[in-house]
Design a binder for this molecule. Structure first.
Ligand SMILES: [Zn+2]
Length: 410
């Protein structure tokens, strides 16, 4: 039966993008430990049939579940009969995801940062942006994806003739989190436009080289446009594996092995650490760099500024400093539009997750200021954040980045 379902879904994916017509996102907020147990039960028993946008973690923290019309009734009834309230966050996933692709002005001369773009458009933009700002910007090839795409960075910095310390910012490791690469593009543009016009940015680019990895997971991102808007993982497969893809943010070789072991789940850690070419080659690249001072991995959604560790509740020896800098960064971010963020260690703020980029960056590469950021929003739109929030997201996030860069300037 399972095989038949997989076969059917393969056939569908070969011909058309998956439709999310009739899908809703439900929010359930556990009010007690008992509620939490019910939700964890639901997660364990039917995680193959529904998509947990936000997993159960603690009392008072909402859980978001995307369900098809087929399962909506039965799941809602199951949860309601156990005394929990079910709220509809997104009434029509398909409609919202279509709206995300609309363009305000499809044919402007300048690049339209206020729209989401297909992979080819992002790549074209990176190429032309580097070419038209060649004094400050160059293109760097970091790695090759499973399907053979080049993972590139825009390296941004003033030419000084000497090697400078590095600020590493990466977007799009989880492909359905579209606001991440979109905000990365806008922040890259802010850096370049600000040079010579803004004193902070000018000294940032004089002192550092920024590696802006706009879209870490190009295979997954392409797939979100062509086949399945809700794809999160890489697109790799090993012969005999029931489902495609590995969660590239559970595959890094530091304390690897305590994340998902089901190849069909969204948090599948892979058959071994660094099984994903994307992860293996990017980590090699980072280890080849001299003096990386900051590592930030941008995700969505939840509005959180997260510090190591992810693999354990224990706090690292640099926690006080990491926490203080995260707090200052969040305060600067919130000062722009009043967007609320929470901050703290990954395990204590979300839940333990091993094999993540941030743990590797801190634990192996020794980058003290390593952060995972969950960008907007808190669930009104979730992964389907409207395009008119891209630029405000980038502008507020950039203020936080400035605080962190200042903290490592010495
Ligand atoms: Zn993510």
């Amino acid at each position: 039966m399972i095989k038949l379902v997989v076969l059917a879904s393969l056939l569908v994916s070969a011909y058309a993008a998956k439709s999310y017509s009739g899908y809703q996102v439900l929010r359930i907020t556990p009010q007690s430990e008992d509620d939490l147990t019910v939700l964890s039960m639901v997660e364990k028993s039917i995680s193959d049939m529904v998509d947990f946008w936000k997993h159960p973690r603690s009392v008072g923290i909402p859980v978001d579940i995307m369900v098809s019309s087929e399962y909506r009734e039965v799941i809602t009834r199951f949860i309601q009969t156990r005394g929990l309230k079910v709220e509809v966050m997104i009434d029509d996933v398909e409609k919202l995801s279509e709206q995300q692709k609309l363009r305000e002005s499809p044919s402007t001369a300048n690049f339209d940062f206020a729209s989401y773009h297909e992979l080819s458009e992002i790549n074209d933009w990176m190429t032309s942006f580097a070419a038209s700002h060649s004094i400050l910007v160059s293109l760097e090839n970091l790695a090759t994806s499973y399907e053979g795409r080049t993972i590139r960075a825009l390296k941004v910095g003033a030419p000084t003739g000497s090697t400078k310390p590095v600020i590493w910012l990466e977007g799009g490791i989880h492909s359905r989190e579209w606001v991440s690469p979109a905000a990365m593009m806008y922040m890259t543009n802010m850096l370049v436009e600000g040079y010579g016009n803004d004193a902070d940015i000018t000294s940032m680019l004089d002192d550092f080289d920024f590696y802006m990895i706009i879209n870490y997971n190009p295979d997954g991102y392409e797939y979100t446009w062509t086949n399945d808007r809700m794809w999160r993982k890489t697109r790799s497969n090993n012969i005999g594996r029931l489902c495609d893809g590995v969660d590239p943010n559970r595959n890094w070789d530091f304390q690897w092995g305590n994340a998902g072991t089901n190849p069909c789940a969204d948090d599948y850690q892979g058959p071994n650490a660094h099984s994903e070419r994307e992860v293996k080659e990017v980590t090699d690249f980072i280890l080849g760099l001299n003096d990386v001072r900051v590592f930030i991995d941008f995700h969505a959604y939840s509005q959180m500024w997260l510090t190591p560790w992810g693999y354990t509740y224990r706090l690292p020896s640099d926690y006080t400093e990491q926490y203080t800098v995260a707090r200052d960064a969040v305060n600067a971010l919130s000062a722009v539009y009043g967007t609320d963020y929470v901050y703290g260690s990954i395990a204590n703020t979300i839940y333990p997750a091993s094999g993540s980029s941030v743990d590797w960056a801190y634990g192996v590469a020794g980058i003290k200021h390593s952060y995972a950021v969950e960008l907007r929003d808190t669930g009104r739109y979730g992964f389907l954040l409207p395009a008119n929030q891209i630029i405000p997201t980038a502008i507020e996030t950039f203020e936080a980045v400035k605080v962190i860069v200042k903290a490592v300037t010495y």
